[in-house]
Design a protein. Structure first.
Length: 310
């Protein structure tokens, strides 16, 4: 091939690579808001975040009946004439108050299983920062149960930044319809020191800026085209009454678990199963695969179906 053509092709490749990079949105000034409004179909929605995406004013909008979130243009929304009575009785607001109410202790606060008897289970997987590869076999075994397979992934920002290839793989499974993912926030840096007591560890570590941990992770998710769900998983399942209060102010529901497989807890109907898919908890993944093998026809459900209907 003539050298000139080679240079031209190389330049073309570089140009495409550059275009690809420029497609990633720039997200700035992500802030918590609480602004109910009525959408075009007369349904009540609540804007829970405002931010700028490549300079355009956007909102993260929550449907307080279905627990789904989406990004909308702020300019297209009118906040006029919504009465408190219209949003106060919604399923989301009910659950938000219920699961962020102050309780004693530090462990596994928030929602731990379905509110109603369910013929199925809820799989939650934590992706805490890790230097290991991820447990692709757990995803594939879950998909083998029937697709799209519902899974709630609690992801930390540092995991995404150190596992780009794995993150892209999961996103592809989602976009091609093999996984139906509820993206939960697991904080950005997921502080942890194995020598510290729970009450001074994880997000209770002195000096940690809780709101920054939450919003920085959401910013990263939005930059990657993921709209975060209104759910939060405390790292280590460790929190206290003050963090619950702060979480409520951020309109996020804490999600605990009653079937942490690596700890020997057994799933029953309506359980929130907890496994780590970041290579750090092989025992949990083994138990999940064994559970699938021994319970043919096990049915997984999306997290939003764990909440009772009015
Ligand atoms: Zn974690």
């Amino acid at each position: 091939m003539p050298k000139k053509n080679l240079i031209a092709i190389t330049l073309l490749f570089l140009a495409f690579a550059f275009v690809d990079i420029s497609l990633a949105a720039t997200i700035a000034n992500l802030s918590p808001v609480f602004k109910p409004y009525r959408d075009a179909n007369k349904g009540i929605k609540i804007a829970i975040r405002s931010f700028e995406e490549d300079g355009h004013a956007r909102l993260v909008s929550l449907d307080p009946e279905t627990f789904t979130t989406e990004v909308v243009d702020e300019g297209a929304i009118s906040f006029a004439d919504v009465k408190t009575t219209e949003w106060k009785g919604t399923r989301f607001i009910h659950a938000l108050h219920k699961y962020t109410a102050p309780v004693a202790g530090f462990e596994n606060q928030g929602m731990r299983s379905a509110e109603v008897k369910k013929g199925g289970l809820f799989l939650t997987m934590d992706l805490c920062p890790s230097t290991k590869g991820f447990d692709r076999d757990a995803f594939e075994a879950t998909e083998a149960l029937g697709t799209p397979a519902p899974i709630a992934i609690a992801v930390s920002g540092l995991w995404i930044e150190r596992h780009r290839e794995e993150f892209d793989w999961i996103r592809r499974e989602e976009s091609e319809g093999r996984l139906a993912i509820t993206w939960m926030n697991h904080s950005y840096s997921h502080p942890f020191d194995r020598l510290r007591e729970p009450k001074e560890n994880f997000l209770l570590t002195p000096g940690v800026d809780f709101e920054d941990e939450v919003l920085r992770n959401e910013t990263l998710l939005l930059e990657n085209g993921v709209t975060p769900a209104p759910f939060f998983r405390f790292p280590g399942l460790i929190s206290d009454a003050s963090l619950l209060e702060k979480l409520k102010a951020l309109s996020l529901i804490p999600i605990g678990a009653n079937a942490w497989l690596a700890k020997g807890e057994r799933p029953r109907n309506g359980s929130f199963i907890l496994v780590h898919g970041n290579g750090n908890e092989e025992g949990g993944i083994e138990k999940l695969l064994k559970f699938y093998g021994e319970n043919k026809g096990v049915r997984l459900l999306p997290l939003k179906e764990a909440f009772e209907r009015k």
